[in-house]
Ligand binder design. Structure first.
Ligand SMILES: [Zn+2]
Length: 295
């Protein structure tokens, strides 16, 4: 059973202009605990991920992948960094071995957290055909700081890279995060299809979840937060999860009602969604072709 994933698409949403469809996924570590304010959005990535050791992850979505993320430095001239078409994730915690005892240490990330992260990230990678492979080796921090370790991409490499990288690989940048992020283990989880929840698991989770707008959910409550009738947020929720048809039905039912649903109403909406998903079952291959699987 995969770890839990709670996705909050309302608490910290920032607007930005569009970027080309991402063909690169870039990982940061925040080096602090708590949700960074990101200067009101001016330094925000697309997504922040909080690890819950041994249990899963809590995610805040800040922008859709087709908008510009803003967690990279960009010097005048040279290449576009934030605007090249790169999907940026900030992982709450550290990559600095000297701070191992204070913060969640991503190089030693536990497999429940890592598989939950893979499960969250996979649909976006598949959607944009971002290959499940590292574009360069991930060096440990502090070796990864600056460019002396030789891991940072040249302008040409940066512009043509497709796959997964870290802040330590971005040109025009000095930061060494996410250090020795366990990229090989992460890719294994990405390739492990049985990390995907079955429809039954998803329905069970939805049935036991409280269906309320995300801001009303407590920190430790069950995962399904359906934003109320806000079309944009709803679309993000759909992008984030593979089996989103149930979520959409619930959101629709809730939007119609304008307040939280009773358990019976949740059940009715789910039954409708399941009926609809029977039709979809046969055409599941409509999803984008699987990306190249390389390590
Ligand atoms: Zn960074």
């Amino acid at each position: 059973m995969p770890g839990t994933i709670s996705v909050d698409t309302t608490s910290q949403v920032f607007t930005a202009s569009r970027q080309p469809d991402p063909d690169l996924c870039l990982i940061h570590t925040t080096e602090v605990w708590g949700w960074p304010p990101y200067a009101g959005g001016g330094e925000a990535p697309h997504v922040t991920v909080k690890p819950i050791p041994g249990k899963g992850i809590a995610v805040r979505v800040h922008r859709p992948p087709t908008d510009v993320g803003k967690s990279l430095a960009n010097r005048p001239g040279g290449v576009e960094t934030n605007r090249r078409g790169v999907w940026q994730l900030e992982l709450m915690g550290t990559c600095d071995p000297s701070r191992k005892d204070e913060l969640y240490y991503w190089p030693d990330a536990d497999d429940v957290v890592l598989s939950a992260l893979a499960e969250f990230v996979r649909p976006t990678l598949v959607r944009f055909r971002i290959p499940f492979r590292a574009v360069a080796p991930f060096l440990p921090y502090p070796k990864s700081y600056g460019s002396k370790g030789g891991q940072r991409l040249s302008f040409t490499e940066w512009n043509t890279a497709r796959g997964i990288c870290g802040h330590q690989h971005a040109p025009e940048n000095d930061h060494g995060d996410p250090g020795a992020f366990p990229i090989a283990r992460f890719i294994q989880h990405l390739n492990q299809e049985d990390d995907m929840p079955s429809v039954k698991e998803l329905v069970d989770a939805l049935l036991s979840a409280k269906v309320v707008p995300a801001p009303m959910l407590g920190e430790r409550e069950q995962l399904v937060a359906i934003p109320r009738s806000e079309e944009l947020s709803m679309r993000w929720a759909l992008e984030a999860r593979d089996n989103a048809i149930q979520a959409r039905k619930l959101a629709e039912a809730q939007a119609l009602k304008g307040k939280a649903l009773t358990k019976d109403e949740v059940k009715a909406a789910l039954e409708e969604a399941l009926a609809e998903s029977v039709d979809i079952e046969a055409t599941l291959t409509v999803r984008p072709a699987a990306p190249e699987v390389t390590q």
